[in-house]
Design a protein around this ligand. Structure first.
Ligand SMILES: Nc1ncnc2c1ncn2[C@@H]1O[C@H](COP(=O)(O)OS(=O)(=O)O)[C@@H](OP(=O)(O)O)[C@H]1O
Ligand SMILES: Nc1ncnc2c1ncn2[C@@H]1O[C@H](COP(=O)(O)OP(=O)(O)O)[C@@H](O)[C@H]1O
Length: 403
């Protein structure tokens, strides 16, 4: 039987299926249910493991589950109660689903309702806050109420508002048993937050948690990803931009240059499609970790495939970073004319197989944040296009230091 690590959403679903929170649903892939699991390469059954390889459950061909181990780690694991455990501790309370930080008005609304249990619905994508911040904010709210407890329920979003609302209502009902459920006005499974939330309406302790969870664009981790043909000017522009950043100070900067990565992180990989994809995913993984910690990663590989670039974007955004794609769109003729490393000549002579632009494809991005053709332009001039776009997007405000 194969081992498979499900996606974050699938892992949340697994926990709720096994805990009884989805009752009467107990298995994946029931007809019409949003609770689905996709196994790799058409496998019918698998042992499901967490990202560190701990076996969590076996899933059979019909989607039914045999639990093996409970997830043990992760912040606030002690607050992950099954409905049975929660009812044992809190029966008779009022149950309140929470998907966002509670405001002063929310707290006023809850005062006088007696004993309340705040159910933090902190699964992947349900709250605009990160899962850990939602639980921290919910605990802070419970501290401000006379008789309140917090329970963490990893109810994820499945990308279908109606189905998610129905599932959420059912899960909250299961936790409440026959007890009253109180929905806070207009905050029940709110849609994704796209703008910074003003924190005036929150008590101070909660405002601090929300603030910390939504860094300003200037504080947010950033992945600057230059893509383009060999010789297009990726490394040159990336290097010039890094120098400006270092001169200005204030941010930690890491270079992930294509050639350099291939000598270290990706040593031994070839230029086959599969190896190029592996190479870019490695760069993406490292860049996402840098972004997670608020740093700036400047990447400059060819990255010829749109799908792999998209995977990098997803990894970076999942880590809370911003992904800024720069297409260095210098045409092949100009790159070949430059032929700084003599590689195009060798590729034309058939000495280098699978050479990008000659005998291996380059898929132009149709969604770059900025596109720069360096033909006939100075490096400073071309870099300016990138600086202006970064400034407009609010991520970096760099000015050229001519001399
Ligand atoms: N077959 C083939 N195709 C393309 N490029 C080749 C090839 N063989 C060697 N090189 C040199 O490797 C550099 C590109 O490596 P990358 O890691 O950026 O490529 S990829 O993103 O994995 O496609 C690239 O460097 P840059 O010129 O900096 O782009 C080339 O110098
Ligand atoms: N406006 C420009 N921007 C960037 N590079 C330029 C520009 N004009 C000429 N070049 C030259 O083009 C070459 C680009 O090489 P490089 O930066 O290594 O490209 P890549 O990393 O995409 O392979 C360098 O020799 C650089 O000096």
């Amino acid at each position: 039987m194969i081992q498979h690590c499900p996606t974050p959403t699938e892992l949340d679903d697994l926990e709720l299926l096994v805990s009884g929170a989805y009752a009467p649903l107990t298995r994946f892939n029931e007809q019409g249910s949003p609770v689905t699991l996709t196994l790799p390469d058409g496998a019918a059954e698998a042992e499901l493991v967490d990202p560190e390889g701990l076996p969590l459950a076996r899933v059979a061909a019909d989607g039914s589950l045999e639990p093996l181990t409970h997830a043990q780690y992760g912040p606030f694991r002690r607050l992950h109660l099954t409905p049975a455990q929660a009812r044992e501790q809190h029966a008779g309370a009022t149950w309140v689903p929470v998907v966002d930080a509670l405001t002063e008005a929310d707290l006023d609304d809850l005062r006088g309702r007696g004993r309340v249990v705040l159910l933090a619905l902190m699964g992947t994508g349900t709250s605009a806050l990160s899962p850990v911040a939602l639980v921290r904010a919910t605990l802070a709210a419970s501290d401000l109420l006379d008789d309140a407890s917090a329970v963490a329920v990893p109810l994820p979003s499945h990308g279908d508002a109606e189905a998610d609302h129905a599932l959420g209502t059912q899960v909250v009902g299961t936790y409440a048993g026959g007890d009253p459920v109180h929905a806070l006005p207009s905050r029940w499974l709110s849609s994704e937050r796209s703008e910074r939330v003003e924190t005036d309406s929150f008590p101070d302790t909660i405002a601090a948690i929300v603030d910390e969870d939504q860094p300003t664009p200037e504080e947010q981790g950033l992945v600057l990803f230059f893509t383009g043909l060999s010789g297009s000017g990726k490394s040159t522009l990336a290097r010039a931009l890094m120098d400006l950043l270092l001169e200005q100070g204030g941010r930690s900067v890491t270079s992930l240059d294509g050639d350099v990565v291939r000598r270290h992180l990706s040593a031994g990989l070839t230029f086959s499609k599969a190896d190029r994809e592996t190479n870019i995913r490695r760069i993406g993984w490292v860049a996402a970790e840098i972004a997670r910690h608020g740093g700036v990663a400047v990447c400059s590989p060819i990255a010829p495939f749109a799908e792999t670039r998209e995977q990098v974007r997803e990894m970076v955004e999942a880590a809370g970073g911003a992904f800024f794609l720069v297409h260095v769109a210098t045409p092949l003729e100009e790159c070949e004319r430059r032929d700084r490393k003599g590689l195009y000549a060798k590729a034309r002579a058939g000495e280098i197989p699978e050479f990008t632009g000659i005998s291996s494809p380059y898929e132009e991005p149709d969604d770059p944040a900025v596109r720069v053709d360096t033909t006939g332009r100075s490096i400073e001039d071309a870099l300016d296009d990138v600086l202006v776009a970064l400034d407009e997007a609010g991520y970096l405000h760099l000015t050229r230091t001519d001399g």
